[in-house]
Design a protein around this ligand. Structure first.
Ligand code: TZP
Ligand code: MG
Length: 249
């Protein structure tokens, strides 16, 4: 399990595996302090099978070449075996590039694929159940959509908490109500765990989300549906790295 740690206003993730250190925050951190860079990458790209026009491994390769170091595979409708097959290839590729790779929804598939972690939602297995399957050495992230869910997640051993949709999104079926950067600002002081902001985050507003308190910004459509996804990812990384984190960060 990855234990969040606290000190000197610094928040991060303490890995139990030596090699994890090289897997986090590949784009570096403006501050240059090791502990500050010891956190989730500011850009978290979700490879949604519904939006990918090329094989997932090909787009992943392009994105990692562009500097992306945190990826998730999200396949809502594919059969489990197919998801596992793709996830295995993505995990292998990510590890060759020093990137961190998550599987959405399914701790069993994340475990079998050799992924670094699993991302669970409110209707999936709980953080504890996911942890029981995936083991103590991998990451568990959890989605939340309001203050109550966020507070509950903060009391678990989740490694990060996602909150959203921050803005309006079309990538998710039946999305919860938009929470805005206002809720992010309110939730920021409630936990030392890394916060991932998700939902409708476009390049133009990405920095604003970091400034409101997110450690990382998860993006599907504004990268995958862009005319040139790796070029768009580069622009995100540039803007996110230039953003100033919230004061209570
Ligand atoms: N969870 C909350 S919003 C969302 C998910 C998976 C979709 C994010 O996709 P996009 O295209 O970046 O809005
Ligand atoms: Mg889910």
């Amino acid at each position: 399990m990855l234990v969040g740690f606290l000190g000197c206003g610094v928040r991060g993730i303490l890995p139990s595996r030596d090699n994890l250190r090289s897997k986090v925050n590949g784009e570096g951190h403006a501050n240059g302090d090791f502990f500050l860079s010891f956190a989730l990458s500011r850009l978290y790209v979700i490879l949604d099978a519904a939006l990918i026009r090329e094989p997932a491994t090909e787009i992943a390769r392009q994105l990692m070449d562009a500097g992306v170091r945190l990826l998730q595979y999200r396949a809502k409708t594919a059969p489990a075996r197919e998801t596992l097959d793709v996830a295995k290839q993505l995990a292998e590729l990510a590890h060759k590039q020093g990137a961190t790779f998550f599987v959405n929804d399914r701790p069993d598939l994340a475990y079998l694929a050799g992924a670094d972690g699993v991302h669970v939602g409110q209707d999936d297995l709980s953080v504890e159940q996911a942890r029981a399957i995936i083991g103590p050495d991998r990451w568990v992230g959890v989605s939340t959509h309001n203050r109550q869910q966020f507070q509950r997640a903060a009391a678990t051993l989740a490694d990060y908490i996602a909150i959203g949709p921050i803005f309006s999104t079309t990538s998710k079926a039946n999305p919860d109500p938009v929470v805005g950067t206002e809720l992010l600002r309110e939730l920021r002081p409630l936990t030392t765990k890394p916060i991932v902001a998700i939902g409708g985050i476009r390049l133009e507003r990405a920095a604003e989300v970091i400034e409101a308190g997110a450690d990382s910004v998860a993006v599907i459509s504004d990268i995958l549906a862009a005319p040139n996804p790796p070029q768009q990812a580069r622009k995100f990384i540039e803007r996110l790295n230039a953003a100033r984190p919230a004061a209570n960060h």
